[in-house]
Design a protein around this ligand. Structure first.
Ligand SMILES: *[C@@H]1O[C@H](CO)[C@@H](O)[C@H](O)[C@H]1NC(C)=O
Ligand SMILES: *[C@@H]1O[C@H](CO)[C@@H](O)[C@H](O)[C@H]1NC(C)=O
Length: 207
C-alpha cells in the first residue's frame, strides 16, 4: 500500500513538474488573419481587432483588387448587445444577426498542454506552445490554440464547432499588435442603425 502511494506521488510530482502553466492572452489586440474554412474549402483574409474588456470583435475582409464583382464585408460583433452586423464595404448595405455567447481568445479554461516548440529557424526563432480543450483520454479537442511563450500572442487557432469537422476553421494570426489602434471601428456604421435581422444564427462559425 505504501509503495503504491509512493509511486502515485512520484507520478503526480513528475506530471506537475512537466506541465507548464497556461499563459494569459492579451485582452486587446489587433492582427491580420488568414482563415481557412474546411467545410467550404475557402480562405478569407481579414484585418481584425479583439477587445475582451468590452466583449467585442471587428473583422474587415481584406479587399482584393483582382475580384471586381466580389463583396467584401465588415463583421462587427458586439456580444453584450447580442448583435452581429454584416456591412458590405462597397455598397454600405448592412444586415444583422444575433451574436454567439462570448468566448475569450486564448488557452481554454482547464486547457491541456499539447506541445512546446520553436517557430522560425536558426537566428530568427521564438518559442511557442500549443494547448487544447481536450480532456486527456476522454474527449477530442474542439479548440487547438498556438500562442507565443512569453507574451501569449495568438499564432494559430483551430476551432471545430458542433463536433463536426466540416464546421472547422483554421485561423492564422500575423502582424499582431497589442491594444486596439482604431477604437472607432467598434462604432457601427450609420447604415447599421436601421439594419434588418436576416437570420437567427451568427453570420460566421468564428469566433
Ligand atoms: C476544470 O476541471 C475541474 C476538475 O476536473 C472541474 O471541477 C471544473 O469544472 C473544470 N472547469 C471547467 C471550466 O471546465
Ligand atoms: C455538419 O455540418 C454540415 C455543414 O454545416 C452539415 O451539412 C452536416 O449535416 C453536419 N453533420 C452533422 C452530423 O451534424
Amino acid at each position: 500500500m505504501m509503495r503504491i502511494a509512493f509511486v502515485l506521488l512520484a507520478i503526480f510530482a513528475w506530471t506537475n513538474a512537466q506541465a507548464p502553466s497556461p499563459c494569459v492572452a492579451p485582452t486587446q489586440f489587433a492582427a491580420r488573419i488568414s482563415q481557412y474554412n474546411h467545410g467550404t474549402d475557402t480562405i478569407n483574409r481579414f484585418i481584425i481587432q479583439y477587445d475582451a474588456i468590452n466583449e467585442r470583435w471587428v473583422l474587415f475582409e481584406e479587399m482584393d483588387a483582382f475580384s471586381p464583382g466580389r463583396r467584401f464585408y465588415e463583421y462587427l460583433i458586439l456580444t453584450r448587445e447580442n448583435v452581429e452586423y454584416k456591412f458590405d464595404q462597397r455598397s454600405h448595405e448592412c444586415t444583422k444577426a444575433p451574436a454567439r455567447p462570448w468566448r475569450a481568445f486564448g488557452i481554454p479554461p482547464n486547457g491541456t498542454f499539447e506541445n512546446e516548440f520553436t517557430l522560425g529557424g536558426p537566428g530568427e526563432m521564438f518559442v511557442a506552445q500549443q494547448w487544447s480543450d481536450r480532456v486527456p483520454l476522454r474527449t477530442n479537442a474542439q479548440i487547438l490554440v498556438d500562442v507565443t511563450l512569453i507574451n501569449c500572442f495568438p499564432l494559430k487557432e483551430v476551432l471545430i464547432s458542433n463536433n463536426n469537422v466540416t464546421q472547422t476553421t483554421t485561423t492564422d494570426f500575423y502582424d499582431v499588435l497589442e491594444g486596439n489602434p482604431n477604437p472607432n471601428d467598434f462604432v457601427p456604421p450609420k447604415e447599421c442603425l436601421t439594419a434588418k435581422q436576416v437570420q437567427d444564427k451568427p453570420f460566421t462559425h468564428w469566433p
